[in-house]
Design a protein around this ligand. Structure first.
Ligand code: SAH
Length: 604
């Protein structure tokens, strides 16, 4: 047996379907997938249901049979909605075998087996005809194949093929249309995720400023989407420079073209500033009238509408190739380019001749290799001046004129800092070819003096996820950037394991057990683990909490790092402090040979 598993190609950003063997461990895939998050998205579900009911009625009013094609059925949810809305028959296509199996069970359990046929294929393999997978072409096309960037999961080629081969002309589509919106912004914080800022070093012989090589400064970065919870970004961290404008839209009820295209809009800056990034999101109209709308707009766009928390659809940040000063009232032109799977942007001052040569702007491909070496949070971390200062101060304390340094870490700035702080000699061990080339080239220049610095039963699926979560004997924590998630700490931080880098690595496992007292009432969802690096006796940097939470348990998380989150298998709520649980016990094991950490937590 073979199983198809989706993978984003890290270089092109395109989704690819890989065939995996039977013994492939797809449990991780299910356990960490966003299926459950989609099903918890009430706003999405309600609007799909309304849109599907409206589409089925329109077809019925024309006196036709309602034949539904549901591409990417997942749990079978949208097909079951269609069947309960009165559809005559549904073809539910699902490429991911474990999910297709679950859909068959869920459809059966809900009593729709005679109305819904689950087909475990990629939609482009589906056949139509008397002996085919589908008896005839469908007249209602239902899908939910969208990611935060809208097209990143391959919606366009799938729709293109479906209109050519699987649905009738003039079919109804739910959603009917999707629209992509943009807003121009300046943000030092977000810009720091894509460019390396100059680093100031106070050396014995005066201040030096280390700047990245021009190759890196002019590099467009990588095409993979930068999706974040924009609503969690403090408003002081960015400045909006334009109104919200429509960039492009796709009508799913008509033939769709996936071939590369571009869209250009004129923008009038509402403020002068440095245009650095494009903030973007989309919405979808579930029916042609536009009355059933599901939007990913951030809070400042529609402050009155009820806010739906979602993790499967967030907002996008696009980095312009270079920062560009714009002036209030002086129009600029923003162009969105897209291929089948990704979108990128360019800003121009004047309307350029619309010749064809201009249209073919290639998708951003990293030329400097640094964007392959460092991901966006790592760029942000390297640009964090407070953090760098801690390292500089610590290095200054320990470095002597005869110091010989060995740095064991891919793509760290430490060897560069040690060199400029006056070490006699610096060796850096770069494990990967990419990091070796970034660090090894004649990249690091000094510039002085300083420059500038910047309703259906889907339990089958729940069980499946739970099963996948329990599948691994050893329980693991998952990495999550907690600054993007509203959360409250119920206990004070507690030291669990110490790694002493001045000693040799112990031969045996490092194990620890203990308990953490809960100080505040609330829901215990999980435990968070992070590292605190002690650089010297009195200088340390934290990859987790930046300071101890206040009485209310508000948390300030390191904005550049992901934290390890261990989810408890059930949520325990304590309304009063005398209620149980009042403590959580833990057992953590670190295998010094493999570097693996396993852990278990229990609520007392
Ligand atoms: N329709 C469900 C699940 C949506 S998730 C719901 O709304 O809750 C999208 C699903 O589509 C995934 O399970 C993925 O495996 C599947 N998929 C994506 N592209 C596909 C294609 N072209 N053919 C078949 N399945 C596809």
């Amino acid at each position: 047996m073979k199983t198809f598993c989706g993978r984003a190609n890290p270089t092109t950003g395109a989704m690819e379907w890989l065939e995996e063997d039977e013994d492939y461990d797809y449990h991780q895939e299910i356990a960490r997938s966003r299926y459950a998050d989609m099903l918890h998205d009430k706003d999405r579900n309600v609007k799909y249901y309304q849109g599907i009911r409206a589409a089925v009625s329109r077809v019925k009013e024309r006196g036709e049979k309602a034949i539904v094609l549901d591409i990417g059925t997942g749990t079978g949810l949208l097909s079951m909605m269609a069947a309960s809305a009165g559809a005559d028959f549904c073809y539910a296509i699902e490429v991911f075998k474990p999910m297709a199996n679950a859909a068959v069970k869920i459809v059966e359990k809900n009593g729709f087996s005679d109305k819904i046929k689950v087909i475990n294929k990629h939609s482009t393999e589906v056949t139509v005809g008397p002996d085919g997978d589908m008896q005839c072409r469908a007249n209602i096309l239902v899908t939910e194949l969208f990611d935060t960037e809208l097209i990143g999961e391959g919606a366009l080629p799938t729709y293109e093929h479906a209109h050519e081969h699987l649905v009738q002309e003039g079919c109804e589509a739910v959603p009917h249309r999707a629209t992509v919106y943009v807003q121009l912004a300046e943000s030092k914080r977000m810009w720091s995720w894509n460019k390396l800022f100059p680093v100031r070093v106070e050396a014995e012989d005066g201040e030096k400023v280390i700047v990245s090589p021009s190759e890196m400064e002019n590099c467009p970065g990588v095409p993979s989407v930068c999706d974040i919870q924009l609503n969690q970004m403090p408003s002081s961290d960015f400045t909006i420079l334009s109104d919200v404008v429509v960039m492009f839209s796709v009508d799913f009820s008509k033939p769709v073209r996936s071939a590369s295209a571009y869209y250009r809009v004129q923008l009038e800056p509402v403020k002068s500033g440095k245009a650095q990034i494009v903030l973007s999101w989309w919405d979808m109209d579930m029916d042609p009238s536009g009355k059933i709308n599901c939007t990913m707009a951030p809070y400042w766009v529609k402050p009155t509408s009820a806010f739906q928390w979602r993790d499967h659809w967030m907002q996008c940040v696009y980095f312009l190739p270079n920062e560009e000063p714009v002036f209030q009232g002086e129009n600029v032109y923003l162009t969105a380019y897209r291929d089948e799977y990704s979108v990128w942007y360019k800003l121009q001052k004047a309307r350029e001749e619309e010749n064809k040569a201009d249209v073919r702007v290639d998708s951003p491909v990293c030329r400097c290799q640094a964007h392959l070496l460092w991901n966006r949070p790592r760029f942000g971390e390297l640009n964090d001046q407070n953090r760098t200062r801690q390292y500089i101060n610590s290095l200054t304390k320990v470095l002597k004129t005869d110091s010989v340094c060995l740095c064991i870490s891919d793509g760290s700035l430490l060897p560069v800092l040690a060199h400029y702080l006056g070490a006699k000699q610096v060796f850096t061990l770069e494990n990967s070819a990419v990091s070796c080339s970034v660090m090894g080239k004649d990249l690091w220049r000094i510039r002085s003096p300083c420059g500038s610095c910047e309703g259906f039963d889907v339990r089958t699926m729940d069980d499946m996820i739970k099963n996948s979560l329990n599948f691994r004997e050893s329980k693991e924590a998952e990495p999550h950037p907690l600054w993007e998630y509203p959360c409250k700490s119920l206990s004070d931080p507690q030291e669990v394991l110490i790694f002493d880098f001045r000693r040799t690595v112990p031969q045996h496992c490092l194990s620890t057990e203990g308990s953490v007292n809960l100080l505040r009432k609330g829901k215990s969802h999980g435990a968070v683990l992070w590292m605190e690096y002690h650089l010297t006796a009195d200088i340390s940097v934290s990859t987790g909490l930046m300071q101890i939470s206040n009485d209310k348990g508000n948390c300030e998380w390191n904005p550049h790092c992901k934290q390890a989150v261990y989810f408890f298998s059930s949520v325990i709520e304590s309304e009063t402090l005398t209620d149980l649980p009042s403590a959580v016990t833990y057992a953590i094991h670190f295998d010094t040979k493999t570097g693996e950490i396993t852990m278990d937590f229990k609520l007392l």
